[in-house]
Design a protein around this ligand. Structure first.
Ligand code: HPA
Length: 280
């Protein structure tokens, strides 16, 4: 697809998904790097490969299975993305966020976004989780926003408020679950970068200075498009590594490290997400 996808594309993709499963999902869950096994919890699952859905972007990255899992999780009809496409893979912001538009067409009300992220906050350790309470749209500030271009008023407003992006009630539910189940959950600001390079030590010190607690290469465009469509958003980062802030320090960032931390994070993330779903 060369030009930006339109409502017709979203409707075609939604119709194809309805052909695989008649379930009307209430919640959509996007699983980031290393977190795909969370979908194993879905009951009565129907699995659809992204490649079998017209216009759906296909992830090219290890740790992203590229499948939709449709079924029930803690009594809620859900549609789960095992893996996502990223801007750094060469997709446009509109392509990256097409699944969110399609979920809206399917009637989804709540979008739960997960990702693997580097910890900027010095209190954060590998394996911790961070409830996203706000984000810094670094790529958007440079001009690449998924809402750039003609606005379809049927989909949402031209100018979008972003002061309540991460739903307060959902955040309160997540905090309650974490307290009850003794899960390590911070709250903080996610910085969305384009990737695919990891940050330099100077980048890390800068991102910390501007108020970032965790840094990653996804989530922000999806949150924007979900809010544009009037969905409620929750976001959780799995801290897969601690961002390196000194030159010539020990260790280096790698995708393998991110996936390994995923194994540690899956049970925690599963408890948190399932706990919230059970209380919806
Ligand atoms: N930086 C950017 N993106 C990431 C990181 C990181 O350290 N870890 C996982 N995704």
């Amino acid at each position: 697809m060369t030009s930006a996808p339109t409502r017709q594309h979203f409707e075609e993709a939604a119709a194809a998904i309805r052909g695989f499963s008649p379930l009307q999902p209430r919640v959509a869950l996007v699983l980031g790097s290393g977190l795909n096994p969370l979908a194993d919890q879905v009951e009565d699952a129907v699995v659809v490969r992204y490649g079998d859905i017209p216009h759906f972007p296909v992830s090219t990255i290890a740790g992203h299975q590229g499948r939709l899992v449709i079924g029930h999780l803690k009594g809620n009809p859900v549609i789960v993305m095992q893996g996502r496409a990223h801007y750094y893979e060469g997709y446009s912001m509109q392509q990256v966020t097409l699944p969110v538009r399609v979920f809206r067409q399917l009637g989804v009300e709540i979008l739960m976004l997960t990702n693997a992220a580097g910890g900027l906050n010095k209190q954060y350790h590998t394996g911790d989780m961070m409830l996203i309470n706000d984000h810094i749209n670094y790529v958007g500030m440079a001009g690449e926003n998924p809402l750039r271009g003609p606005n379809d008023p049927e989909l949402g407003p031209r100018f979008l408020d972003m002061s309540r992006t991460y739903d307060r009630e959902l955040r309160e539910l997540a905090l309650a679950v974490a307290t009850e189940e003794k899960l390590p959950l911070h709250q903080g600001v996610y910085v969305g970068l384009a990737g695919p390079t990891f940050e330099t030590p100077a980048d890390v010190r800068f991102l910390r200075m501007i108020g970032g607690d965790a840094v990653g290469m996804s989530t922000v465009p999806e949150a924007i498009v979900a809010r544009h469509g009037g969905m409620r958003v929750m976001g959780v980062s799995g801290i897969s590594n601690v961002a390196i802030d000194v030159i010539d320090g020990e260790g280096e960032a790698s995708h393998e490290e991110v996936l390994e931390a995923g194994a540690l994070l899956v049970p925690r993330m599963t408890s948190l997400i399932c706990g919230v779903l059970a209380r919806l």
